[in-house]
Design a protein around this ligand. Structure first.
Ligand SMILES: NC(=O)C1=CN([C@@H]2O[C@H](COP(=O)(O)OP(=O)(O)OC[C@H]3O[C@@H](n4cnc5c(N)ncnc54)[C@H](OP(=O)(O)O)[C@@H]3O)[C@@H](O)[C@H]2O)[C@@H](O)CC1
Ligand SMILES: Nc1ncnc2c1ncn2[C@@H]1O[C@H](COP(=O)(O)OP(=O)(O)O)[C@@H](O)[C@H]1O
Ligand SMILES: [K+]
Length: 471
């Protein structure tokens, strides 16, 4: 499990720890961790640190300080280290003195030849888009040279992952004390490369943001035992599809069949299409351990969704089922509810413009969860799972090729199946998003660079399932 903390929380923990340590001790811990990662990279790339050409992009704050002190450590091991300041009048004085004493030098332009670039322009003190001086240095990074970002890639908002304008694209990010949400949430996450966490001794409260890893998902996936039968494994009911959108029913059933429930029951007018593709589906009303309501229902079906919500079993509501959903009705339920909107549907539920959901995904997901007393899985480039009070889960898998019609239907069937198998709302949402994203990568990998289809994502779910168990 990866956990992430807001800038405010990290700063508070830093203050508390700094009060108990000699001045500068934390920065030395950070610089030592940063230098160690740079050393490993250089050694892997060219056999040794001695003689390596290291360029430091040095910002005006402590992020620049970390880079300068780490540069001093590398210079002491024989690297040729050049610091390029964003503003020559504002460089961390201690860091600069250490670098110069170790034989490092200053330059105004980024040298064209380098073995490693260290991005120490901005860390958690960065605000808004890179200002011109910072953007200019970021733009001078020579192509093909590995980039190590200090704490986070400059230009990425630490709390949200938002990127306003140019930003550094790192191969590796060395982050201090704790992951920041911006390293897990896109677009920031996709600029961070491989993230290394350096422990600097911060004492942190329970996590505010989490990202599951393979092992977490493997531990949550249902597995039949000797005493299992199809009913004990859980039956998931799917209320989906219409004469106009029969395919949504087929895709939701496809996701559900691959999700670990013992049986899938379909209710709705697309039974023929469902059976033609998946003869293993049960048809018609009956007992279920969880419902999926909404994909492809079309208009005028709110009453059917409300009837399911009146039952005391977990219900996932997606797509057309989300229209006009009554917060009061949901709040009176005692069984779990999982809502799976995309940004447009979330905006309608919150009665705000779509852009404001897209610009502030973390807060939108949390606000929806509070308002509806439900778990909310907000789909998009980084899928988020929020539930009242608990940490927000950030899904680390996926690919932009998932933005294709019907892939959300597969996801809701899959998540519903996991609910029926007994997972909690947040676990079912997070595990489903994780497998769905991995399956999409497998589907995309079979013909790299070409579009994928929603049913291929469902078909690749066994590969995703196998992958999380095999690492
Ligand atoms: N505290 C600790 O114990 C530890 C902290 N550590 C390290 O400190 C880092 C935080 O350091 P920090 O607080 O000095 O902020 P930092 O990220 O260097 O940036 C602030 C400077 O950037 C400027 N600036 C802002 N936005 C900008 C923009 N868009 N474009 C251009 N410039 C912009 C801003 O300018 P101003 O707004 O003041 O004009 C200010 O001068 C943290 O990420 C970690 O690396 C570690 O050593 C571990 C111990
Ligand atoms: N840019 C993107 N990057 C990664 N995943 C995306 C992106 N855009 C959409 N997705 C994913 O694709 C799926 C689309 O679901 P949805 O919008 O409900 O489509 P549909 O209703 O056609 O099934 C979701 O799982 C969502 O998280
Ligand atoms: K940085």
């Amino acid at each position: 499990m990866r956990t992430a903390y807001s800038v405010e929380t990290v700063r508070a923990a830093e203050r508390e720890l700094m009060a108990r340590l000699p001045e500068g001790a934390l920065m030395q811990r950070a610089a030592a961790g940063l230098a160690a990662v740079c050393t490993r990279l250089l050694t892997r790339r060219r056999g040794r640190v001695y003689g390596a050409r290291v360029v430091l992009l040095a910002g005006p704050g402590d992020n620049g300080g970390d880079a300068l002190y780490a540069g001093a450590r590398l210079a002491r091991r024989g690297a040729g280290v050049t610091a390029v300041p964003m503003d020559p009048q504002r460089l961390h004085p201690g860091g600069l003195a250490a670098l110069l004493a170790a034989g490092g030098r200053l330059a105004q332009e980024v040298p064209r030849r380098a073995d490693l670039v260290v991005d120490g322009l901005l860390g958690i003190g960065g605000r808004g888009g890179l200002r011109p001086a910072a953007a200019a240095l970021a733009g001078q990074i020579p192509p093909g040279v590995p980039v190590v970002a200090v704490d986070l890639p400059s230009g990425v908002d630490a709390d949200t992952g938002e990127v306003a304008g140019p930003a550094v694209r790192a191969d590796v990010t060395v982050t201090f004390g704790a992951y920041k949400p911006g390293l897990l949430v896109d677009p920031g996450a996709s600029l961070a490369g491989a993230v290394h966490l350096v422990d600097i001794g911060l004492e942190l409260p329970p996590a505010q943001t989490q990202a599951l890893q393979h092992a977490d998902v493997a531990a949550l996936l249902p597995a039949p035992t000797a005493t299992s039968d199809k009913y004990r494994r859980g039956v998931v009911g799917i209320l989906a599809g219409s004469r106009q959108y029969p395919g949504a029913a087929v895709l939701a059933v496809a996701g559900a069949l691959r999700g670990g429930a013992g049986a899938v029951r379909y209710v709705g007018p697309a039974a023929e299409a469902v059976l033609a593709r998946y003869p293993e589906t049960l048809i018609g009303p009956g007992r279920v351990q969880a419902w999926v309501a909404g994909p492809g229902l079309g208009e005028g079906r709110a009453g059917e969704v409300a009837d399911l919500l009146a039952q005391d079993v977990p219900v996932l509501v997606d797509a057309d089922g989300l229209r006009g959903l009554d917060p009061e009705l949901l709040r009176t339920r005692s069984a779990p509810t999982l809502l799976t909107p995309h940004a447009g549907e979330a905006a309608a539920l919150l009665e705000v413009p779509r852009e404001s959901v897209e610009a502030g995904r973390l807060s939108a997901a949390a606000a929806l969860a509070r308002r509806y007393g439900a778990t909310v899985l907000l789909k998009g480039s980084t899928t988020l799972i929020a539930s009242g009070g608990g940490p927000v889960r950030v899904n680390p898998t996926g690919t932009a090729w998932l933005a294709t019609a019907g892939s959300g239907d597969v996801l809701s069937g899959l998540a519903g199946s996991l609910l029926a198998a007994g997972l909690s709302g947040p676990d079912a949402g997070a595990v489903a998003a994780y497998l769905h994203g991995l399956a999409a990568r497998h589907a995309a990998g079979s013909a790299p660079g070409t579009p994928i289809l929603a049913h291929e994502v469902a078909e690749a779910l066994p590969k995703a399932w196998h992958e999380v168990h095999s690492r």
